[in-house]
Design a protein around this ligand. Structure first.
Ligand code: NAD
Length: 251
């Protein structure tokens, strides 16, 4: 795995699922890790677990949709661990499966607030914080940022937008000669709480059909790609959107 020794990383939505796997993988790769989440108890517990294993890790509450929480979060990380080198905009939600004709404006706004506003606010704060020293931002999009799917229109719209924002921001930082790389990772169906409802409704056989490889991905498989994109090994990569999807989008 790529080496992150000496780097300071902030992972949003880092208490559970893919975010927790990213926090663990970054700590294992040598980074000091700040874990934020609306579930502050779980963020704190994970930070304590990583610290017990010898990493430098802290956990705190942060709602990524709260504009004012971002400068506070970055100041807290800097004070405890040093200035950030890596920001992972991972926090995201998937609304209950709903036909577009039945989607309420409130429901639409809840999904876009977390999945898109949160990535915008994080990216803006990260660029402000890293534009002199440099760093890497990894946005967690989705294969539903590449292709459509029924009953999940708001989610798909936000994930397409995250890919677009990633590319625009990446080019902008490069043109401005800010030494910041910005990339996206686009997971397929991954075994987390977010896909728990799928596991309840679909048979083993139907689940296996979600990807040509015939299984769900693991959070750890996504985390390894995020560690790579955040590391110096990806030094000439910016504006990329890597799928980690067991072949889902290759069809
Ligand atoms: P998850 O539900 O297991 O974890 C999401 C985490 O985000 C939770 O810890 C939750 O508390 C936190 N969170 C929710 N709203 C937040 C907010 N406003 N501010 C801060 N934290 C918040 O989901 P996951 O599967 O680990 O998803 C992580 C990311 O991966 C999301 O962006 C999701 O869209 C994306 N993704 C997941 C899959 C999948 O199949 N699981 C596929 C593609 C993309």
């Amino acid at each position: 795995m790529s080496n992150l020794t000496g780097k300071v990383a902030l992972v949003t939505g880092g208490a559970h699922g893919i975010g927790a796997a990213i926090a663990r993988a970054m700590a294992a790769a040598g980074a000091a890790v700040a874990i934020t989440d609306i579930d502050s108890k779980a963020a704190d517990e994970l930070a304590r677990e990583l610290s017990a294993d010898g990493a430098r890790a802290i956990g705190a509450t942060q709602d990524v949709t709260d504009d004012t929480a971002w400068p506070r979060a970055l100041a807290w990380v800097e004070e405890a661990l040093g200035p950030i080198d890596i920001l992972v905009n991972n926090a995201g939600i998937a609304a209950r499966l709903t036909k577009l004709e039945d989607t309420t404006l409130d429901g639409w706004r809840r999904v876009t607030a977390v999945n898109l506003d949160g990535v915008f606010l994080g990216g803006r704060a990260g660029i402000r914080a890293m534009k002199e020293r440099g760093g890497a931002i990894v946005n967690v999009a989705s294969v539903l940022g590449w292709v459509g799917a029924p009953m999940i229109g708001a989610y798909g719209a936000t994930k397409h937008a995250v890919r677009g924002l990633t590319k625009s921001a990446a080019i902008e930082c490069s043109y401005l000669r800010y030494p910041i790389r910005i990339n996206a990772v686009c997971p397929g169906y991954i075994d987390t709480d977010m896909t728990a409802a799928l596991k309840e409704t679909l048979s083993e056989k139907e689940l296996a059909k979600l990807a040509p490889m015939g299984r769900l991905g693991s959070p750890e498989e996504v985390a390894k790609t995020v560690v790579f994109l955040a590391s110096d090994d990806a030094g000439f990569m910016t504006g990329a959107d890597l799928v980690v999807d067991g072949g889902y989008t290759a069809r």
